[in-house]
Ligand binder design. Structure first.
Ligand code: ES4
Ligand code: ZN
Length: 319
């Protein structure tokens, strides 16, 4: 039995495996920029975040219909459940689809066709977090939030992703204020490739409750102190950081030392089809590389539920 865990940093589009990408493209008459799955897999040799994002957005072109999004979510949930995931707070990137002419309703209805039955079919309680692309304009983010209003009963929160450097959190102050006024929870990617100051800004200006990645926080001891004091969770993604060369090894920054410092760290899979592992694979890789014992693994699992948006009652039931 795998350790029950909550997955808090998972881009649904990042679960698009090569086989499904080609199947969807064929079904929709779309041509992908690679000859076949082998050629595609050879392209998974990333230099940095940008080189990954270029491929990630290109492969999405096969996703067109509600059923495509439903198939994507169903494949993810089956894999996640088999690896111990009991609760998943799932990111999606509306602008990556609306920019291609796929309506927001198609994305949300398609995903929800499966997420709405996930608890009974897969034993995974789902939440959706809508991310704004930070390399797009603040106006585009505001228009996306407006377009999402009919679907807010299915959307738990907002996030911020895509190319970080040069797109500081403060650019999105207004849309985060509007999201908060609508009762949405707030998270943001910060300190993945960007400096620790972006983490501080995400807390102060956007009011985020959780920091996605937060990898570079150890560079600023005062920030670490604050994250500890305020119990701000970090959703670390070690396989992602290694594959995107944000770090040299999985031991960097040192997860055990971050936990010992009192940081509420969680371990997540980010874009598992691209980075070599789903939630259980990721925990396994970290355990083996860093020599984590059972107690540490249980701490990480406990942190994942503590850091989740499950309320206390639901949290107890999930464990
Ligand atoms: C992402 Cl690894 C990562 N970082 C930022 N934005 C993203 N979108 C999908 N994966
Ligand atoms: Zn991410």
């Amino acid at each position: 039995m795998p350790l029950p865990i909550a997955e808090l940093h998972l881009h649904i589009e990042g679960t698009l495996e090569p086989e499904l990408a080609f199947a969807l493209a064929a079904r929709n008459g779309v041509t992908l920029p690679h000859a076949d799955t082998d050629a595609l897999r050879r392209a998974y040799d990333f230099q940095d975040l940008r080189s990954f994002l270029d491929l990630y957005y290109a492969l999405m072109d096969g996703l067109r219909t509600e059923q495509d999004f439903a198939d994507l979510a169903d494949a993810y949930l089956a894999r996640a459940a088999a690896q111990g995931v009991r609760h998943a707070e799932i990111f999606f990137d509306p602008q990556a689809h609306t920019q291609r002419g796929v309506e927001l309703g198609t994305v949300v209805e398609g995903l929800w066709r499966v997420l709405g039955r996930s608890e009974e079919r897969h034993g995974v309680s789902p939440r959706l977090i809508m991310c704004f692309l930070r390399d797009e304009s603040a106006d585009s983010a505001l228009a996306t939030l407006k377009a999402a209003e009919p679907y807010l009963d299915r959307i738990t929160g907002v996030g911020l992703d895509s190319a970080e450097v040069g797109h500081p959190p403060a650019k999105f102050r207004e849309v985060y204020e509007a999201a908060a006024a609508l009762g949405l929870r707030r998270v943001a990617h910060a300190g993945e490739e960007g400096p620790p100051a972006y983490i501080t800004e995400a807390l102060d200006v956007l009011g985020v409750e959780r920091v996605d990645h937060g990898l570079r926080c150890p560079e600023d001891p005062a920030l670490v102190g604050r994250l500890v004091r305020e119990r701000v969770p970090l959703t670390l993604c070690p396989l992602s950081n290694a594959r995107l060369r944000a770090v040299d090894t999985l031991a960097d920054p040192p997860l055990p030392a971050m936990l010992d410092a009192g940081l509420l760290c969680t371990v997540n899979s980010d874009a598992p089809a691209y980075f070599g592992g789903y939630a259980g694979d990721t925990l396994d890789a970290v355990r083996r590389t860093l020599g984590l014992d059972e107690e540490r693994l249980r701490e990480l699992a406990r942190n994942s539920f503590l850091a989740s948006f499950l309320d206390d009652d639901e949290e107890r039931r999930a464990r």
